[in-house]
Design a protein around this ligand. Structure first.
Ligand SMILES: [Zn+2]
Length: 337
């Protein structure tokens, strides 16, 4: 899939400079020059916990078409309202020992886990890209993907309220000038996510520099074109697979939510990034499926039909591509030299 997507219609001459220089630069010394201060780290961590708390509300309500504004937070078991002092991310869960203050019903561990994961992803964005708009965009992207990952895993639903604005935001960010320090010289052109071959930045742009050293030509289109092409290409690919599955099996194997999520990945990551994200998602889902099928069956019972949340794997593929895309592509392309 990667090789198909990395063969664009327009060919591009290899970029000047060592691809590895750019790539290692994004991980070593230059990153420390603008390292976030302790105050920044604290602010980002607290913001991550608060947004994680909000994400929990979205996860609990959006798939069921309930308002995220009304009613206020309440225990799903006894309906008692949750006081502000019982609604502090992570802290309240620990103080209440994971139980409702009123009815003592166990609170789902999903709440503290999502809060901690959001804070961790926000911190990762800050450390990877350095304080700046690139980190802010990475945090938005991570917030959307974490929410979709959990919603699909919990109830096999990917709400339009996350996917559609996510696609629009993904296309919009490809038009923004972005600041950050991932890669040598920062990132002053285009976005850290999209296919911007002229951009000397790290992250996914680093992937493109790596691709320039491989037998595969590098796309030379501007970021917004990469974003639109990525969204349209990824969505079309999933629609085609969905249609083929219908032709062969006469049943729906994939929801339209997965198609919209693929478009979201394409809009944020560009063509090369989206193809890597989709490949990773399929590989992870297949691995997970094999592990589940290898489990011994209960004697005398029929094995239940295996259903995997593809959206969760797509989200995971998107996050892995954002942070590990360059090293993964280096590893992959070494077999082609
Ligand atoms: Zn309760």
């Amino acid at each position: 899939m990667i090789s198909v997507f990395l063969l664009p219609a327009r060919l591009h001459a290899p970029l000047p400079g060592s691809a590895f220089g750019v790539f290692t630069g994004s991980l070593s010394a230059p990153v420390l020059e603008l390292a976030p201060s302790p105050l920044w780290i604290a602010i980002v961590a607290i913001a991550g916990l608060l947004f994680g708390s909000f994400l929990n509300v979205c996860i609990a309500r959006l798939p069921h078409h309930r308002s995220i504004l009304w009613p206020g937070s309440h225990c799903p078991h006894c309906q008692a309202g949750i006081r502000p002092y019982d609604n502090i991310p992570l802290v309240s869960f620990l103080l209440l020992r994971g139980r409702c203050r009123h009815c003592h019903t166990r609170i789902s561990p999903r709440y503290p886990l999502v809060e901690a994961a959001t804070a961790a992803l926000f911190l990762l964005a800050t450390f990877h890209f350095g304080p700046g708009s690139a980190a802010l965009l990475a945090a938005v992207f991570s917030f959307l993907l974490l929410g979709l990952l959990v919603m699909d895993a919990e109830c096999f639903l990917l709400p339009d309220t996350f996917t559609l604005p996510g696609i629009a935001f993904g296309v919009a960010q490809s038009l923004l000038p972005v600041s950050g320090q991932a890669g040598e010289g920062g990132n002053s052109l285009g976005s850290p996510f999209s296919n911007h071959a002229a951009d000397p930045a790290g992250g996914l742009i680093g992937c493109l520099h790596l691709a320039a050293t491989t037998p595969f030509p590098t796309p030379a289109w501007p970021a917004w074109q990469g974003s639109l092409l990525g969204a349209a290409g990824a969505a079309s690919l999933l629609l085609a697979i969905r249609w083929l599955y219908w032709v062969v099996r006469r049943q729906q194997g994939m929801g339209l939510g997965d198609v919209k999520l693929a478009a979201l990945l394409g809009a944020w990551l560009g063509v090369a990034g989206a193809s890597l994200a989709l490949t990773l998602a399929v590989l992870l889902a297949a691995l997970c499926g094999l592990i589940l099928m290898a489990r011994p069956n209960q004697p005398g019972t029929d094995r239940p039909a295996l259903r995997l949340p593809l959206g969760s794997f797509l989200s995971l593929g998107g996050l892995l591509t954002l942070y590990c895309g360059a090293p993964l592509l280096t590893w992959y392309f070494q077999f082609w030299r």
